[in-house]
Design a binder for this molecule. Structure first.
Ligand code: TMP
Length: 209
């Protein structure tokens, strides 16, 4: 059995990740591939309980360190329960956020030392790094306006514009650090423009490779 491919979607708030996860899943299924759509934090029953603790409550409810560790606790459960079993049976796994969100939100924008994140990452994720990471890049003003229009402001959307600007820079920095698996997608265009840029990246990197 050929293992499936692991694709993660990353970026700031309101970049349109969930819509794009759905569209890519449909396109891959139309080619006859088995697809599992999932998200972080969450994606498995215990991890979803941790998600609730992470995204609700006051903006300063957790220290960035606690947040990083809680996200990795959820990630450990998600990998064991959902991601690895799906990949092993040949499904492609499309995940709305993964470890680059911890590196960006808690690490680069939240000042948790990257050495701490890298050490926990090596233990929890091990060899299960994504085959492809799509970084949806959007100006924070546009992304936050979209997120507010959706009416579901979470703890992170309540943080100020400066935090979100730092976040955008952080994702671009990560795209350089992990250039072999990351592709930056301009998320300022229409849904169709974004999904066709994503399809190009998937075809070039994973289907034709
Ligand atoms: P979302 O599912 O709407 O993207 O919300 C999840 C929130 O959690 C989002 O604001 C980003 C944040 N987050 C982190 O801060 N660190 C992480 O490791 C992950 C996976 C998400």
């Amino acid at each position: 059995m050929t293992p499936g491919k692991f694709i993660t979607f990353e970026g700031g708030e309101g970049a349109g990740k969930s819509t794009q996860v759905r569209l890519l899943a449909e396109a891959l299924m139309a080619r006859g591939l088995a697809v599992v759509r999932t998200r972080e934090p969450g994606g498995a029953p215990q991890a979803e309980l941790l998600r609730e603790l992470l995204i609700s409550g006051d903006a300063d409810r957790w220290s960035p360190e606690a947040e990083a560790l809680l996200n990795y606790a959820a990630r450990d459960d998600h990998l064991r329960t959902t991601i690895r079993p799906a990949l092993e049976t040949g499904s492609w796994v499309l995940c709305d956020r993964f470890a680059d969100s911890t590196r960006a939100y808690q690490g680069l924008a939240g000042d948790v030392p990257m050495a701490m994140i890298d050490a926990v990452h090596a233990q929890v994720v091990g060899p299960t790094d994504p085959d492809l990471t799509l970084i949806l890049n959007i100006a924070p003003e546009t992304g936050l306006a979209r997120a507010h229009a959706r009416g579901d402001a979470n703890r992170f959307e309540m943080k100020g514009l400066a935090f979100h600007q730092r976040l955008q820079e952080s994702f671009l920095e990560l795209a350089e650090r992990f250039g072999e698996r990351c592709v930056v997608i301009d998320a300022s265009g229409s849904i169709e423009e974004i999904s066709s840029a994503i399809w190009n990246a998937v075809e070039t990197r994973l289907l034709k490779a």
